[in-house]
Design a protein around this ligand. Structure first.
Ligand code: 1PZ
Length: 209
């Protein structure tokens, strides 16, 4: 919440939250299983702490991501599960409508995947810069879905990213501890991202948007 003290090790808090969510996924994987919306959206809101560590250039990305997460938190007062918001929007033909809960779920899922890709890039090469890792991750995960103007703005913002050492300081991690936490997040978020994709795919909704 606004004004709350940042946790001592925000990355560990995020990793633990997503490990908790990943154990809640219904293993039927038929796309109808129930993942509760409230704990899911609360875990997603923790990710914004990481954005704070990337610096002011990505304030707009943080606001964009937070507005989508806050919509899901609000929706959790009405809908119990992720699949129930899909059901609602399918019935109302509003899955892809701007501002719908289903569309915002799709956007939040992009954010989770972006962070996962960034961590994978970070771990894959010790001599690439944070800018290189973030540029590659963004190009893989988000760029295909973003308009040219947004891609340009994000590309410009990449130059303002901190160095890896600065990031470690802000995250309160060491070279070794950060790897462990990133791996925990990668492993926990993978089935969650797959689960969300399957919510759409099992209802014959493509993911090309
Ligand atoms: C983990 C950090 C990696 C490096 C930084 C990469 C910066 C990504 C910047 C993303 C900017 C998004 C700008 C706005 C995009 C909107 O057009 C779309 C569509 O919104 P709609 O039309 O449905 O209202 N929004 C999105 O695609 C949401 C994207 C969220 C992903 C960025 C947040 C990542 C959150 C992780 C926090 C560390």
């Amino acid at each position: 919440a606004e004004g709350a003290a940042a946790p001592a090790r925000p990355l560990a808090v995020v990793a633990t939250a997503f490990e908790g969510i990943s154990t809640m996924i219904d293993c039927d994987s038929d796309g109808r299983g129930d993942l509760s919306l409230a704990p899911f959206s609360n875990a997603c809101s923790l990710v914004t702490v990481l954005f704070g560590c990337l610096g002011l250039a990505f304030k707009f990305a943080e606001l964009e991501y937070s507005s989508k997460v806050n919509d899901l938190i609000e929706a959790s007062k009405t809908y119990d599960t992720l699949s129930s918001i899909l059901e609602h929007d399918v019935e109302n033909d509003s899955v892809r409508k701007q501002g719908s809960h289903s569309r915002n779920l799709r956007r939040v899922r992009l954010g989770l995947d972006l962070v996962k890709a960034l961590f994978e890039q970070y771990l894959s090469s010790s001599d690439c810069s944070l800018k290189e890792a973030a540029s590659t991750a963004y190009g893989q995960v988000c760029a295909p879905f973003h308009a040219w103007t947004i891609r340009k703005a994000v590309g410009a913002g990449m130059y303002a990213l901190p160095t890896k050492d600065q990031l470690l300081l802000r995250l309160n991690e060491t070279d070794d501890s950060v790897k462990k936490e990133m791996e925990r997040y990668i492993d926990a978020s993978r089935p969650i991202i797959e689960y969300i994709d399957n919510l759409f795919l099992s209802r014959n909704i493509s993911l090309d948007w």
